[in-house]
Design a protein around this ligand. Structure first.
Ligand SMILES: [Fe+2]
Ligand SMILES: [Fe+2]
Length: 164
């Protein structure tokens, strides 16, 4: 089980309700569900990955009392990999996916959602330090951290011979 699920279970009920409401709203009237058609790490889909990352970032903010725009933190994290293609396909442009997908995800999220400044900052800079510009917001820094934690856990989990 991904640690993000355990984190969400430990959120206070009102915070868990908020997370579920924002996830429901983000999935509605958008191409969010298309992310389930693509693998991100191991056997985790891009949609599952984005949900894990949003849960983890939100858990860290709540647990450590970090002052953030909670709605923006959750939604920005849910949309941070909204690039909508299979980056494992052998195509020349996918060789630099790590560097280019934040910009693509941001352009598509901007097309489909009314993004706040904080959410744009989060999506555009979530690959820092691979991409040189760091996020300027606390929400963006939390996303960078949560994304790396989840990516590591999903990749390792995908390679484990036995799972629980
Ligand atoms: Fe990403
Ligand atoms: Fe990610």
């Amino acid at each position: 089980m991904n640690p993000a699920y355990l984190f969400l279970r430990r959120l206070p009920p009102d915070k868990e309700m908020k997370f579920r409401r924002i996830l429901r709203e983000t999935r509605k009237d958008s191409r969010f569900n298309e992310m389930r058609n693509f693998i991100q790490h191991g056997d985790t889909t891009v949609m599952e990955h984005c949900i894990h990352v949003a849960q983890t970032a939100y858990f860290i903010a709540v647990k450590f009392g970090i002052k953030v725009d909670e709605d923006a933190l959750i939604r920005g994290a849910l949309l941070h990999d909204y690039f909508l293609y299979d980056w494992h396909e052998k195509k020349p442009e996918h060789m630099i996916h790590g560097f280019t997908h934040p910009g693509k995800a941001h352009a598509q999220a901007k097309r489909d959602f009314d993004l706040k400044h904080v959410e744009s900052d989060m999506i555009k800079h979530h690959m820092f330090p691979l991409t040189p510009m760091p996020p300027k917001t606390r929400e963006g820094a939390l996303l960078c951290l949560a994304d790396k934690l989840c990516a590591t856990s999903e990749t390792i989990r995908g390679r484990m011979p036995y799972r629980v």
